[in-house]
Design a protein around this ligand. Structure first.
Ligand SMILES: *Cc1c(COP(=O)(O)O)cnc(C)c1O
Length: 463
């Protein structure tokens, strides 16, 4: 078990569902629509296709490893979130899951807003023409330079994460003669795991300001006093890869409670609340994610109910899905290089990427699925571990998977649901070249992030 949790994707395998690891699936050639992007299917030759293009042709044109992103699926998920939450709410896509200029353009076209948490993400968003008022800046340690660039650009909101930052953002805004719209990020004492949540008074984590001990109320007091700040609301983000809506309900209840306290103390009703992201997706057939409309209904109901009980007008709601939008839209395509059978144990299938293009398995014990995609096979299921080519025994892409026993060098394997936190967390370990992201739509493929070259590597090495 990994010892480190991370807000971008805590240990997905922390709490395994009932009946997990039931044995090989009935049909190794079938593709579970839960884990594959919407335009993926197998053609008459047994090849997997995405957006109408088969993987062998894609591998020939773009090489492996590579991420293939289903643009139609991405856009349809944006629309599903937008429609589910309606005009009275805002959907902020969490850029850290995966960001590129093409992604920013699609988000802009589909009416979504965007969360960034660094100068680099902000620069990408602005370069692709996202209107600044639709951008929110996050982070627990934003530099003064990052804050300055965001305020100068005119971002719609900065989410304040600490007492120091309240003052820092106010100073920057005053110096620039501006009044910056801000939210305060609170920790509500909800530890959300994949299949359970724990409500606590305190949270032991670096993000946000605790509701406990009146700290968040004090943050509100301070922010309201500063001319450079326009406090528009309260923000809460409880974790990642969450399936259980109960954690969000506790979070919503506690945030509304703070709004009530603010009204009672200051006589003002803060107009917005943001309940963060963290909605889970299916990495394997065992996962059963909620649909956007179920999430919207659950969150909307609880906020309306709590506000009615407190006599508050219902604030404008925002949510920040990252993984739930981009995660399911891409798969990573690899070529098999070696197959090593360890008698009585398992078979190690080595592919041409690994922890440099998907660190989540090594980092969080994340679970993934994998399929042979360049052909079908009638061979018996073989317990396999799909591993990369890096100099680490922990370089595992898929810990336990069944592949057909005739899998061989030259076969193409694909790992679905790699759209989020894979390319964005990719590294150059072993001086590997980070793979491209190729968008596929209606029979056409185009590179949206190109493959790194040795020239790229050597450019940074000044010799
Ligand atoms: C990471 C993060 C998100 C997105 O989380 P997902 O699990 O990708 O939905 C949203 N809001 C904040 C503040 C985050 O840090």
């Amino acid at each position: 078990m990994s010892r480190s949790a991370h807000p971008a994707g805590p240990r997905h395998a922390d709490v395994l569902p009932e009946g997990h690891y039931a044995g090989p699936p009935a049909d190794l050639n079938s593709l579970d629509p839960q884990v594959w992007s919407r335009t993926v299917s197998r053609n008459a030759d047994g090849q997997v296709t995405v957006g109408g293009l088969d993987v062998t042709a894609l591998a020939e044109e773009f090489g492996t490893p590579a991420y293939f992103l289903d643009e139609e699926d991405f856009r349809s998920r944006c629309r599903a979130w937008k429609d589910a939450f309606g005009p009275e709410a805002d959907v902020f896509y969490a850029g850290k899951a995966f960001l590129s200029r093409a992604i920013v353009r699609w988000l802009t076209e589909e009416g979504l807003n965007l969360d960034v948490c660094s100068a680099g993400e902000l620069a990408t968003a602005l370069a692709a023409g996202m209107p600044a008022e639709r951008i929110a800046l996050h982070g627990n340690n934003k530099s003064t330079e990052e804050i300055t660039r965001a305020v100068e650009a005119g971002v719609g909101r900065i989410v304040l994460d600490s007492f120091q930052e309240i003052v820092r953002v106010a100073h920057v805004a005053e110096r620039l003669g501006k009044r910056q719209r801000v939210q305060i990020r609170v920790t509500v004492g909800v530890e959300a795991h994949t299949h359970e949540f724990i409500a606590t008074a305190h949270e032991d984590q670096k993000f946000g300001i605790a509701l406990a001990d009146g700290l968040a109320a004090e943050a509100v007091r301070r922010a309201l006093k500063l001319d450079g700040l326009e406090l528009i609301g309260i923000h809460s983000h409880i974790g990642s890869q969450i399936f259980d809506m109960a954690g969000f309900e506790v979070s919503a209840r506690r945030v509304v409670q703070l709004l009530t306290e603010v009204r009672d103390e200051h006589g003002i009703e803060l107009p917005e609340i943001d309940l963060g992201g963290g909605l889970g997706i299916a990495y394997t057939s065992d996962d059963d994610p909620r649909e956007p409309h179920e999430i919207a209904r659950a969150l909307g109901d609880i906020v309306r109910k709590e506000c009615a009980a407190a006599g508050l007008s219902v604030p404008r709601l925002s949510v920040e899905p990252g993984r739930a939008i981009v995660g399911p839209t891409a798969f990573t395509l690899y070529e098999v290089g070696t197959v090593k059978e360890l008698e009585g144990l398992r078979t190690y299938v080595s592919v041409d990427g690994g922890m440099s293009d998907n660190i989540r398995t090594a980092l969080y014990d994340a679970e993934y699925s994998v399929a042979l995609v360049s052909r079908t096979s009638d061979a018996a299921p073989m317990l396999s571990r799909v591993v990369g080519k890096h100099c680490e025994s922990g370089d595992i892409v898929v810990r336990d998977a069944f592949l057909p026993a005739d899998v061989a060098p030259g076969d193409l394997l694909a790992v679905p649901a790699t759209g989020a936190y894979c390319r964005s967390m990719a590294s150059n370990y072993n001086h590997s070249l980070r793979p491209p992201v190729v968008a596929v739509k209606d029979g056409a493929a185009r590179v949206i992030v190109r493959r790194e070259t040795e020239e790229d590597l050597l450019r940074l090495d000044v010799g």
